[in-house]
Design a protein around this ligand. Structure first.
Ligand code: ADP
Ligand code: MG
Length: 408
C-alpha cells in the first residue's frame, strides 16, 4: 500500500505550551492567557452561504493557538500598537502594526487577519486597544479547512475576554463572527460567506452546526461517528489552482444575477426549481446560470436531508448524499478539479460510504465518510491513485466534531 502522510491535531496542552514559550521569548513574561479556535470541515451545503442558504460545518480538532497580552501603560509603545509573531510566517519574527493604520486593504499579508479583527471590533464601537500576540497552529494553510477563520476567531475570543466585551455567549459570538467576517472581507480582502467564522465560534463538541445563512440562526445536530464505527477522513489534495478567486467571484455574481432576474433577495427563496429554471430561460447564458441555480437549490435540500438522517441516527446513509453533492459541485457548479475528483472517486472505490469536495473548490480538501476500520485502507487507496495519476502527494486528517473557540 502507498505510504500516507497525516496531519495530527495537537493536544490542547501542547498548543498552549508552544505559544506560551514563544510569547516569553518574544515579549518577555507571561501572556494574559491563551485562546484557541478550530478549523472546520463542512459536512454538507457548499456555496450556499452567500446565497442565504443552509450549510452544516463541524469543527476540526486542529486548532490555532494565540497567546495574547494587552498593551500596558508602561511599555513605552502607543496604546494602539500591536506586536505579532506567527510560527507559520516570516520565520516567527515580530511584526508591528498600529491599529490607527488599519483599514480596508491595510495592512497586507497575514497580520490583516489579526489586526482586522481588532479594527472591526473598534468600528463596531468596542474599546479594543493594542496587544502583543504569538500565534501557532496545526490547521493546514490554504487547504480549505479555514485556517484564516481559526486565526481570526482565536483573536476574537481573546480580545473579547481581555477587554471584558461580554460577547462570550452564542449571541455575542454571532457578533464576534461578524467582526471576523469584516476583517477577512474588508481588511484581508478575501471573499468569504460567513460559514467558516460561525463554525469556529458557534459549533459544539460532538455536533455539526446547522447554520441558516438567511438569518444566522443555528441548530446543533448530533454527529456521533464513534458509536457508529465511522470516521470522517479529510483528504488535503495539496492542490491550489490560481483560478480560485476569480471563479468564486464569478459564481457569486451568477447567483446574484439569477436572484435579481427572479425577483428574490437570494436563491434561498427559490423553492420551485423547475419554475425558476423556466423563468431564467430568457437569459442569454440560461443553460449555465440554470445549472448554478440547480446546485444551490439541490444542495440546500441535501442539507435538510442530512439533518433528517443525523437526527434519526442513520449516519451511514449520509454517505450517498455527500457523493451526490460532489457530482452537483463538479457538474452543475463546476468548482471541482482533477485532484478533488480523483480523491472522491478513489475513496468511494475503496469502500468509503461517500465523499465530496469541501470549501470553495479548485483545490483544497475533500471529505469521505468511512468505516473506522477502513480509514488507513481508504487513505492508502487515495494516495495510490494520486501517485498513479502523477499528482502531488495528498495529506490526510481525521475529523471529529470538536469544540468551539475559547480559552485554552
Ligand atoms: P484557508 O482558510 O482555507 O486555510 P485562506 O487562504 O483563507 O486559506 O487563509 C490562509 C491565510 O490565512 C494564510 O495565507 C495566512 O495569511 C493566514 N493565516 C492562517 N493561519 C495563520 C497562522 N497560523 N499564522 C499566520 N497567518 C495565518
Ligand atoms: Mg479561509
Amino acid at each position: 500500500m502507498t505510504e500516507t502522510s497525516w496531519v495530527a491535531a495537537w493536544a490542547p496542552a501542547d498548543g498552549t505550551a508552544r505559544v506560551t514559550a514563544a510569547f516569553a521569548e518574544h515579549f518577555g513574561g507571561a501572556p494574559d492567557g491563551v485562546w484557541s479556535a478550530p478549523g472546520r470541515i463542512n459536512v454538507i451545503g457548499e456555496h450556499t452561504d452567500y446565497n442565504g442558504g443552509l450549510c452544516m460545518p463541524a469543527a476540526l480538532p486542529h486548532r490555532t493557538y494565540v497567546a495574547l497580552r494587552t498593551r500596558s501603560a508602561d511599555d513605552g509603545l502607543p496604546r494602539s500598537a500591536v506586536r505579532l509573531a506567527s510560527a507559520q510566517e516570516a520565520g516567527g519574527d515580530v511584526v508591528t502594526v498600529d491599529l490607527a493604520d488599519v483599514g480596508p486593504g491595510r495592512p497586507g499579508g497575514w497580520t490583516a487577519y489579526v489586526v482586522g479583527v481588532a479594527w472591526a471590533l473598534r468600528e463596531a464601537g468596542h474599546d479594543v486597544a493594542g496587544f502583543d500576540a504569538v500565534v501557532d497552529s496545526c490547521v493546514p494553510y490554504g487547504a480549505g479547512l479555514s485556517s484564516s477563520a481559526a486565526l481570526e476567531c482565536s483573536v476574537a475570543v481573546a480580545l473579547d475576554e481581555v477587554h471584558g466585551l461580554g460577547l462570550g455567549d452564542d449571541a455575542g459570538r454571532a457578533v464576534l463572527a461578524e467582526a471576523c467576517i469584516r476583517a477577512e472581507n474588508g481588511v484581508a480582502g478575501a471573499a468569504t460567506g460567513g460559514m467558516d467564522q460561525a463554525a469556529s465560534l458557534r459549533c459544539r463538541e460532538g455536533h455539526a452546526l446547522l447554520l441558516d445563512c438567511r438569518d444566522g440562526s443555528t441548530r446543533h445536530i448530533p454527529l456521533d461517528l464513534e458509536s457508529h464505527g465511522l470516521a470522517l477522513l479529510v483528504i488535503d489534495t495539496r492542490a491550489e489552482h490560481q483560478l480560485a478567486d476569480g471563479q468564486y467571484a464569478s459564481r457569486r455574481a451568477a447567483c446574484e444575477r439569477a436572484a435579481a432576474h427572479l425577483g428574490v433577495a437570494t436563491l434561498r427563496e427559490v423553492t420551485e426549481l423547475d419554475a425558476a429554471l423556466a423563468a431564467l430561460a430568457t437569459l442569454p447564458d440560461a443553460e449555465v446560470v440554470g445549472r448554478r441555480v440547480r446546485h444551490v437549490v439541490t444542495d440546500n435540500a441535501r442539507v435538510r436531508e442530512v439533518e433528517r438522517l443525523l437526527d434519526a441516527g442513520d449516519v451511514e446513509a449520509v454517505g450517498p448524499v455527500l457523493t451526490a453533492a460532489h457530482a452537483s459541485l463538479r457538474d452543475d457548479y463546476e468548482v471541482s478539479c482533477r485532484e478533488l475528483d480523483v480523491a472522491v472517486d478513489a475513496a468511494t472505490a475503496a469502500g468509503a460510504l461517500g465523499g465530496r469536495m469541501i470549501g470553495g473548490g479548485f483545490g483544497g480538501s475533500a471529505i469521505a465518510l468511512v468505516l473506522r476500520d477502513d480509514v488507513d485502507a481508504v487513505a492508502g487507496a487515495v494516495a495510490g491513485a494520486f501517485a498513479r495519476e502523477g499528482l502531488a502527494e495528498p495529506r490526510f486528517l481525521v475529523a471529529t466534531a470538536a469544540g468551539p473557540a475559547g480559552r485554552s
